[in-house]
Write a protein that binds this ligand. Structure first.
Ligand code: CO
Length: 134
């Protein structure tokens, strides 16, 4: 059975990263680690460590993604919670076997990590992302 490691990050969708940093960095006092374009997610992401976890500020870079739709409909806000596991393929297989609805049936590989999303219909309304650091 795949082992749960920690909450890797909480993602917040924002319209403007600099403006969002006005709260998360300047007012609250988190440190900005780096900002990265993530083409596969059609987004720019600012990473702000909080202990062993991170807050990610996610800004859509196109109008046609789920993130862009979320921003347009809700004006931004908390988007997903990411749970880090030691073996994402095993965890996806376990969830599938338990009848959990997955958005991604197989993990997508990005530099340094593998990821997949679990459907909010199976989680009580929270979009859950799974991560494996590779
Ligand atoms: Co995420």
């Amino acid at each position: 059975m795949a082992e749960i490691k920690k909450i890797n990050h909480v993602a917040v969708v924002v319209a403007d990263i600099d403006q969002a940093l006005g709260f998360w960095q300047d007012a609250l006092g988190l440190q900005l680690h780096h900002v990265e374009e993530v083409p596969s997610q059609k987004a720019v992401v600012a990473f702000l460590p909080v202990g062993d976890s991170e807050v990610e500020l996610v800004k859509p870079t196109t109008d046609d993604s789920g993130l862009a739709k979320f921003l347009a409909e809700k004006g931004g806000g908390m988007h997903h919670l990411c749970i880090e596991v030691d073996d994402i393929d095993a965890k996806l297989a376990e969830l599938k076997q338990k009848g959990v609805r997955l958005i991604n049936e197989t993990a997508q590989e990005l530099p340094g990590r593998k990821m997949a999303f679990v459907h909010p219909k199976s989680t009580g309304g929270v979009l859950v992302e799974l991560y494996q650091i590779i």
